[in-house]
Design a protein around this ligand. Structure first.
Ligand SMILES: [Mn+2]
Length: 203
């Protein structure tokens, strides 16, 4: 499908789905730039002995050469660290992290400037709904308080205008956990609308 020019827009579900998408896209386009919205870096090496689960896809993607670390940025990272080495992988590979503190203190326009590092090739956008505060998006498996507002999320996705997007996903939405009005699904649907609109501009 991707070989025929299809542009994947995927919905999840567990964040581990992104690795397969990146493999398929890298086969067609070569190494990808990556903008990754998430509360968590998802760059663990393994979890209970497993190399493949929703906390490891971006380490695998860098190791497999699917993503160009110098054209990778993670946005919204927060919450407790599990060890002193949690960001050693980032430092080693030159991956940029826009932690939530910086996003809130410097503002969305500052984050948009950081997106300049994505330029120079094809870009994939992976949006874990837990990047957004659970006040706006409670229906997810590992919620972290103190996140993006729904408006900040929209502004930051729109800030990808002009990037050479080749695919996108919105993941980690779990509708059974949702609150009144299905607010998480509502936000996820709107983020997908924004991403599909950006991808349509590429045609
Ligand atoms: Mn994630």
């Amino acid at each position: 499908m991707i070989a025929d020019g299809a542009i994947p827009v995927c919905v999840g579900g567990d964040h581990s789905v992104t690795l397969g998408i990146l493999r398929a896209l890298a086969r067609r386009h070569g190494r990808l730039g990556l903008v990754h919205f998430d509360a968590h870096p998802d760059t663990w090496d393994e979890y209970f002995g497993s190399k493949f689960f929703h906390g490891t896809p971006f380490r695998r993607a860098v190791e497999e050469g699917l993503v160009e670390p110098r054209r990778m940025i993670q946005v919204g990272i927060r919450g407790p660290l599990y060890g002193a080495e949690d960001f050693a992988f980032h430092d080693q590979h030159g991956i940029e992290v826009a932690r939530i503190e910086a996003v809130k203190e410097q503002g969305t326009a500052w984050v948009a400037e950081r997106f300049a590092r994505l330029r120079g090739g094809p870009v994939y956008c992976s949006f874990d709904i837990d990047a957004v505060d659970p006040a706006f998006a409670p229906a997810t498996g590992t919620p972290e308080v103190g996140g993006l507002t729904s408006y900040e999320a929209l502004v930051l996705v729109r800030a990808l205008t002009g990037q050479a997007l080749v695919g996108a996903d919105v993941v980690e939405v779990s509708p059974p956990y949702d609150g009144p009005g299905q607010i998480t699904s509502l936000l996820a649907a709107n983020l997908l609308f924004e991403l599909v609109s950006l991808l349509a501009l590429q045609r």
